[in-house]
Every structure is written in structure tokens, then in C-alpha cells.
Design a protein. Structure first.
Length: 122
């Protein structure tokens, strides 16, 4: 079980993630719609994992990832994006994302990615 922060500007994506994750025993400690809110909630909640979109208003996912890692170098951030462009995903991994999920994702992919990140963070 992990405490998870969901970050996406599309509410139905967060709802799908929330349903899948809660039914798998995880706890959603908060959700944000932009990178600035993600940073604020990360400071407040200190989740085990952040699942974050790349393309968002105010502050994009890669910028938010960098700021979260400056707060906590061991933060577990999984990027989740419809942008399957290798260059963007590589930039997210180089910036410090632990993993990535491409939308649309399967339930199995979401759960296995979280389990993989949790296993490597112990």
C-alpha cells in the first residue's frame, strides 16, 4: 500500500487512476490540476508516489518534477502522459522521474509500475 498524489489537469483521468489505485489498496492523499498545486501538496502530504501528467497549465510536469526533487531528492515521481514522444519521455527520465506511463494505460500497467517503483525505493 502506498500514499499517492495524483496530478493531471483532466479530472476524469484522475478519477480513473483513483478508482484503480484505491481498489488495489492504495490511498490517494490528494490531487492537483497543475504543477504549482502539485508542489504545494507534495510539501504538505509527502506521498510515497506522485503520478503526474507532463502537459499541464501554470507549471508543466517536468518543471514540477524538478522542483519536487529539489524539496526531496528521493521523491518517487511517475510521469503519465499521452505524449509518447521519446524525446519528451527521455527528458522526464533525465530530470529524475522514476518511471513513465503512456495514456491510455491499462489497469495492469498502472499497478505494475507503482509496484516496480515501490520495490526500488525500499
Amino acid at each position: 500500500m502506498a500514499n499517492i498524489l495524483l496530478v493531471d489537469d483532466i479530472s476524469f483521468i484522475k478519477k480513473i487512476e483513483k478508482n484503480v489505485l484505491e481498489s488495489s489498496g492504495h490511498v490517494i492523499v490528494g490531487d492537483a490540476s497543475n504543477g504549482e498545486d502539485a508542489i504545494r501538496l507534495y510539501r504538505e502530504k509527502r506521498p510515497d508516489i506522485v503520478i503526474m501528467d507532463i502537459t499541464m497549465p501554470v507549471l508543466n510536469g517536468i518543471e514540477a518534477l524538478e522542483k519536487i526533487l529539489s524539496i526531496d531528492a528521493k521523491a518517487n515521481v511517475i510521469m503519465c502522459s499521452a505524449l509518447a514522444h521519446e524525446r519528451i519521455l527521455l527528458k522526464a527520465i533525465k530530470a529524475g522521474a522514476k518511471e513513465y506511463i503512456i495514456k491510455p494505460f491499462t489497469t495492469e500497467r498502472l499497478i505494475s509500475t507503482i509496484e516496480k517503483v515501490l520495490a526500488h525505493s525500499k
